[in-house]
Design a protein around this ligand. Structure first.
Ligand code: PLP
Length: 362
C-alpha cells in the first residue's frame, strides 16, 4: 500500500500574531491549540487515504460512531522544541511512531506507517511553527497524534474505518515556580492494568480506568497515584501517565516492562542519558516494601517520575493506607535535577545529540 501524501489546505484566517503572542506568554498545558490539524483516513480495502492539513476545528461524528461506545482509540504525545538557531526539532518522533503502531496492534487497529506518522507531525509543525515557543526555557509545542474508530454502528468488532488526527498545543514550563516534588497516593485496591490487558498500549481506556483512583488521591491530598501490579499487589508499576525511577546513590532503577506498564520514551531515553553521565542504569522489579524499607534505611536516596509532559518530576511524600514517608526530605534530589537538565539540554539543542534523537524540520 502506498504512503498517502498530505495535501495542504491552510486556514485563510489564522490567529493574529498579537493574539498568538498573548497565548504564548502563558500557555499552560493543553488549553490552546494551533491554527491547523492534520487528518488521514483509513478504509478497509483502500488503506490510508485523503491525508490533509486543514484549519483546526470540530470533527463531525454520527452519534453511533464506534469509538464513542467501545473506546477503540489510541494516542501519542511528543514535543517540538525551538533550537538555538531559531529552527525547530521534534524529539524522537520515530519512537512515538513505533509505539503508535504497537498500540494499534493491541487495539486491533490499522498500523500507520512510521514515515507517515512523522510526516504528519512535520507538516503540522512546519505550518504552525510560529506557535513553537522561543528557545531557552522549557516551553515547547506539544503534539497529540491520535486515531479513532469511525465506523458507524453498534456492532462490537474491529471497525472498518478509522481517522488519524494530529493536533498541536503550546506547553508552558511544567514547573512555573521552580521544580517542586509531587506527592503520591499508593493505591492498594485499585489497579490500572492487568496481565494480558492493555496497560502497555497508549489508549484512552487506561486513563478512564485511572480517574477514580486519581480522585481518591486528591481526597488524601496527593497529586498523583502510583499503581501496583494487579496480581500480587506488590510490585510498583507506574503513575498511570508517567514512569518511575528509583535512585540508589549513583545507580538508577526503573520497573521492568512486564506488559502492564507503558514503555515511556522518556523512561527509555533516561537509561541512556544516565549511562552517558557515568551512572549505572537498570531495569528491575521493585516492591512496595522495598520502596519503603530502602527509603527508611537510607539506601534509596531519590525517586522521580518521568514522561513527555513534565520531563522529570521529583517525588516527595508517599502516602498509603498503611502509612506515609518522604523522599530526600521533600526536596528535589541531586541526581533527579542533573538528569532533568541533561535531557532538557538535548531537547533544546544546547547539548550534543549523541544518540541522534533530535529530528530537525525544514
Ligand atoms: C505516555 C505515558 C507515559 C510516559 O511516556 P512518554 O513517552 O515518556 O511520554 C507513561 N505512562 C503512561 C500510561 C502513558 O500513557
Amino acid at each position: 500500500m502506498t504512503t498517502p501524501t498530505i495535501e495542504l489546505k491552510p486556514s485563510s484566517h489564522p490567529l493574529s500574531a498579537t493574539e498568538r503572542e498573548r497565548i504564548l506568554a502563558g500557555p499552560g498545558f493543553g488549553r490552546y491549540f494551533t491554527d491547523h490539524m492534520v487528518t488521514i483516513k483509513w478504509t478497509e480495502g483502500r488503506g490510508w487515504h485523503d491525508g490533509e492539513l486543514v484549519p483546526y476545528g470540530p470533527l463531525s461524528l454520527d452519534p453511533a460512531t464506534n469509538v464513542l461506545h467501545y473506546a477503540q482509540e489510541i494516542f501519542e504525545g511528543l514535543k517540538a522544541y525551538r533550537q538555538p538557531d531559531g529552527s525547530v526539532a521534534t524529539f524522537r518522533p520515530d519512537a512515538n511512531a513505533r509505539r503508535f503502531q504497537a498500540s494499534a496492534r493491541r487495539l486491533a487497529m490499522p498500523e500507520l506507517p512510521v514515515e507517515t506518522f512523522i510526516e504528519a507531525c512535520d507538516v503540522l509543525v512546519q505550518q504552525d511553527k510560529d506557535w513553537v515557543p522561543a528557545h531557552g526555557g522549557e516551553e515547547s509545542l506539544y503534539l497529540r497524534p491520535f486515531m479513532i474508530a469511525t465506523e458507524v454502528g453498534l456492532g462490537v468488532k474491529p471497525a472498518n474505518e478509522y481517522l488519524f488526527v494530529v493536533i498541536a498545543s503550546p506547553a508552558g514550563a511544567y514547573f512555573a515556580g521552580g521544580v517542586k516534588p509531587v506527592s503520591i497516593w499508593l493505591s492498594e485496591n485499585r489497579v490500572r492494568a492487568v496481565p494480558g490487558g492493555m496497560g502497555d498500549a497508549k489508549t484512552g481506556g487506561n486513563y478512564a480506568a485511572s480517574l477514580l483512583a486519581q480522585a481518591e488521591a486528591a481526597v488524601h491530598g496527593c497529586d498523583q497515584v502510583a499503581y501496583l501490579d494487579a496480581v500480587e499487589h506488590k510490585w510498583v508499576e507506574e503513575l498511570g501517565g508517567m514512569n518511575l525511577y528509583f535512585v540508589y546513590g549513583d545507580k538508577i532503577v526503573t520497573p521492568t516492562l512486564t506488559g502492564s506498564l507503558l514503555a515511556g520514551v522518556t523512561r527509555d531515553s533516561l537509561l541512556s542519558v544516565a549511562r552517558d553521565l557515568g551512572h549505572e542504569a537498570e531495569e528491575a522489579r521493585v516492591s512496595i516494601d522495598q520502596w519503603r524499607t530502602d527509603t527508611e534505611n537510607g539506601t534509596l536516596t531519590e525517586v522521580f517520575a518521568c514522561g513527555t509532559a513534565a520531563v522529570i518530576t521529583p517525588v516527595g511524600t508517599v502516602k498509603s493506607a498503611g502509612g506515609e514517608w518522604t523522599q530526600s526530605n521533600g526536596e528535589p534530589g541531586k541526581v533527579t535535577l542533573k538528569l532533568r537538565e541533561a535531557l532538557l539540554d538535548i531537547q533544546r539543542g544546547v547539548a550534543e545529540d549523541r544518540h541522534g534523537w533530535m529530528h530537525p524540520l525544514g
